[in-house]
Design a protein around this ligand. Sequence first.
Ligand code: ATP
Ligand code: MG
Length: 590
Amino acid sequence: MEMNKCENDSEARSLNFIEQIVEKDLAEGVNGGRIQTRFPPEPNGYLHIGHVKAICMDFGIAEKYNGVCNLRFDDTNPAKEDTEYVETIERDIAWLGFKWGQIYYASDYFQQLYDLAIRFIKEGKAYVDEQTPEQIAEQKGTPTEPGVASPFRDRPIEENLRLFEAMQRGEIEEGKMVLRAKIDMANPNMHFRDPIMYRIITSHPHHRTGRRWNVYPMYDFAHGQSDYFEGVTHSICTLEFEVHRPLYDYFLDQITGPNFAGLSPYGPDYRPKQREFNRLNITYTVMSKRKMLQLVKEGLVAGWDDPRMPTVCGLRRRGYTPQAIRNFMDKIGYTKVEGMIDQGLLEHTIREDLKETAPRVCAIFDPVKLVITNYPSSLLCGEGQGGVCEPLVAENIDGHPELGTREMPFGRELWIERGDFLEEADNKFYRLSPGGREVRLKASYIIQATGCEKDAEGKITTVYATYDPDSKSGTEGGNRKTKATINWVECNSALDAEVRLYDRLFAVENPSAEEGDFRDLLNPDSLKVVTAKVESSLRSELHAPVLKDGIEQENHYQLLKQGYFVVDPDTTAEKLVLNRTCSLKDNYLK
Ligand code: ATP
Ligand code: MG
């Protein structure tokens, strides 16, 4: 078995470019050899697999280099944020198996940031602009043409102070004024053209600070400072922030040094550094929070945790394991080049993981009854089954007794797949046909079909066969070879399961690149529901989920010939619900 393949892969892989930077910093004793990262989600939506790429980086660096990774909620826009999201983000990260040091909120720093803004105003480095957002945008210029200065740019300091304080007191209407940094309207980096530091938001209370604040800091003014207050050494983010980095450094330049001692506990030489890597994009899905929210709100999916969603809770419900997701991140790696990852690689990774661990059980999706006419009722005992079955034993994964066995009740009447029987077949058909070949029933006996019965419409209702009592698997006769093995489930003990067959959410490779409405590109066949007959060993799933470290555990199965499945939380004491994680066929390596 290739049990440790992925672990070996990751040990053997060369350092990614961020790890190289970290090792160099450690070698040079930068920031006293301290390693501190943060994962900074905005609590305005659910985490998706793109975020997991950042999580694996931020937490991974801390784990690997004996540092700490904190969780910081970047909650500077009360209009979109909610405690609901804070809770799901924590739950998802814990499920992925990462442990944060502290939990911080950007809103913890609202007072400090406000005081800094006042300080900027007093030093002539910020001004209150009364223009409309459109006017401000128009004056920005283009990368090749300089911008135009606002008529309010040279307001006296006293007036700026008075207006900014009035903004905070709630005396100015939302959208009427902003505080801008006075930097350089001709700078080739557009982010330097007097970026907005603060805006007014009075329409929504903040999920933590309520109505305490009427002005809220913008990302650029909040992020670097928050890093600095906390002592972050490596502020790792995605490539779209690369053009923000000079501004990140500019704001830090203004607050570090002797004048500002005391803002951070790490002394005058300490300095956080921003580093950027490529975002994750995956085919046949969307990862924009806005689009995902639309899918949820409009009922186009069943919720944030719909198994077709690229969210962490969706992947979890689809049957992805934390290990598979982490292995996937290891495989794709971190670079400075944006690209698109084939969803097939994600599916390949979960197959690789589940093939080693998921018990393989029988489930019949399109059942037809098989009656074994020469089966003696004297063999029927199997107490738990009410004296109607012969208790056979099957290995969870063939050839691996160490992975456990289970009881597979056998009897006179079985469910088999309709497609495994043909009334008239040529000699290329190796499965059941009257007068045809011998066929092995998975982990049990060899049978031969003798005939069938049909209803008025000509649909086959029952298949008849005889069995060879000396051919039982696990006995000497069990070694006899047949051309085909078919799956079966004993009728009296079988369990009905609702099986949700999920496929890709979108019909096109890159829905974000297409013209028109992305909702028109949804795959109409992304969910089919069938009722299957499954073997009685799955009866144990009709219980409350098992908790491990307070986290509900998902149970995975391979339904033979059908694919990998996970038990859905909709399962009750009466009804089993299974979700298809992926099919068995792997086209990725081709
Ligand atoms: P938005 O800012 O539009 O709300 P976002 O996807 O950037 O959405 P954040 O909560 O700000 O969401 O992201 C938190 C962290 O996750 C950031 O550091 C961001 O760079 C990273 N991240 C977000 N999307 C991806 C992605 N597709 N691939 C890698 N990292 C990502
Ligand atoms: Mg963001």
